[in-house]
Ligand binder design. Structure first.
Ligand code: HAM
Length: 424
């Protein structure tokens, strides 16, 4: 048997309903806040991700699915959505007129990481981005949106970590300080960090290797070296959160794994998923649109790890038996016995589905017992039983599956009466 690729997974009926529920809640909320859906390709030119996420990041160095197409051009399965949305914004000149645009997208991403609970090679993100708004209000608002969504989904075990990563004004000065410090502990750094530190010393702060973590324990903090405008911006974001009573943890060590961030960076963390603690992450990236060839345009966004969110929700519904999402219920199951009844059942089913009734039948003509079992499994509300006798008399049996009561029902106008029954 051909198995699926390691780190990839199926989301099957029974699970998918929870995903649909989460997506629906997210989309509803995002639309309320003025965000609109955008769809972007699964693949892009490799350069797009290398230039935006950063050559020295784990994602670009080790995790991208990159391959040459038949002409030898390098293409990459998207590891995230931000770069593509920025590309689309520039390509379609969406900045013309009013540069303020708000987008969301939901879809699969690909990173060749070591698979484990909560970490997959194909995973899904719910992504939200706002372009053209420099105001700290929007930083506060995006964190608020995340809080609202988690609240509505009933997720309590989560904390918002927040930091400021400065800007091209203040970061270079900090960079020098950090590099000096890193050079003094060089012997303790892993080979990746030794290689990366001169070009991109901030990456060392994001390294998960224990010896590196120890080596940088006393490193200077970026947030202590912000320029005045960055400090004012950050303070406004925090007071906005205080105002909205949205709790957060100031986390001076939060640098995020992608290079494009400036100023506000945040992550929602949980203890529910073991090692994979981040269920969402994002921040400002005021320089990226310009770097990729657009006009200077501030931007901010976040992505939620959909798989991780669904896992937490499914744990919750198992432990509390509340909030579980049932598979879509079948309204009417038609249990037809014999070829003639099957023919009629198929006609009725087609007409009823056209009218919006969720009808289902057994297409193979098994025994009544087997068909009733199937109706049970599908969680059908009612079952219409039709055999030779019923066809002759023109009256079928309609069974209510919760009350177990049965009644006769005329078959001639069944396509009219069944929708009426479900309307009342
Ligand atoms: P990120 O932190 O790389 O940010 O990913 C966001 C979220 O995606 C993570 O917090 C995590 O929940 C989920 N995630 C990442 N990798 C995996 C994986 N291998 N398996 C399962 N879930 C995963 C970004 O991608 C940025 N583009 C976010 C952003 C949008 N920043 C600004 N706008």
């Amino acid at each position: 048997m051909i198995q699926l690729i390691k780190g990839f997974k199926d989301i099957v009926p029974g699970e998918i309903e929870l995903w649909q529920h989460i997506e629906q809640m997210a989309v509803e909320l995002f639309e309320t806040f003025g965000y609109h859906e955008i769809r972007i390709p699964i693949m892009e030119k490799t350069q797009l991700f290398a230039r935006s996420i950063g050559e020295d990041t784990d994602i670009v160095e080790k995790e991208m699915y990159t391959f040459p197409d038949s002409k030898g051009d390098l293409i990459t399965l998207r590891p995230e959505a931000t770069a593509s949305i920025v590309r689309a914004y520039i390509q379609h000149k969406m900045y013309a007129g009013d540069p303020r645009r708000k987008f969301y997208m939901v879809g699969p991403m690909f990173r060749r990481e070591r698979p484990q609970k909560g970490r997959y090679r194909q995973f899904y993100q719910i992504d939200l981005e706002a372009f053209g708004i420099a105001s700290p209000y929007i930083d506060t608002q995006q964190i608020h949106i995340l809080h609202l969504l988690f609240q509505r989904l009933g997720i309590k075990d989560c904390r918002t970590h927040i930091n400021s990563l400065g800007c091209p004004e203040c970061r270079p000065r900090y960079r020098e300080l950090l590099l000096e410090m890193l050079n003094s502990v060089q012997g303790k750094l892993c080979s990746d960090c030794c290689r990366r530190k001169d070009r991109n010393p901030l990456r060392v702060l994001d390294c998960k290797v224990p010896s590196c973590r120890e080596a940088v324990a006393n490193a200077p903090e970026l947030s202590d070296h912000l320029c005045r405008p960055c400090r004012d911006h950050f303070n406004s974001v925090l007071s906005g959160l205080d105002h909205l009573k949205a709790p957060y943890i100031l986390d001076k060590r939060l640098v995020r794994g992608l290079d494009y961030y400036t100023r506000t960076a945040f992550e929602i963390q949980t203890s529910a998923l073991g090692a994979q603690s981040a269920i969402a992450g994002g921040g400002r990236y005021d320089g990226l649109i310009e770097t990729l060839g657009g006009p200077p345009t501030p931007a901010i966004g976040f992505a939620i790890g959909f798989d991780r969110l669904a896992e937490i929700m499914s744990q919750l519904s198992k432990s509390s038996q509340t909030g579980s999402v049932q598979p879509g219920q079948v309204d009417l199951f038609i249990a037809a016995l014999g070829d003639l009844a099957q023919d009629d059942a198929f006609k009725w089913l087609s007409a009823l589905c056209e009218k919006g009734i969720r009808a289902e039948m057994d297409y193979t003509g098994r025994s009544l017992k087997a068909q009733m079992k199937q109706a049970d499994r599908l969680n059908a509300k009612k079952v219409l039983i039709v055999g030779e006798t019923e066809l002759e008399s023109g009256k079928g049996i309609l069974r209510d599956m919760s009350s177990k009561q049965q009644q006769e029902i005329g078959l001639d106008d069944i396509v009219l009466t069944i929708p009426q029954i479900f309307q009342t």
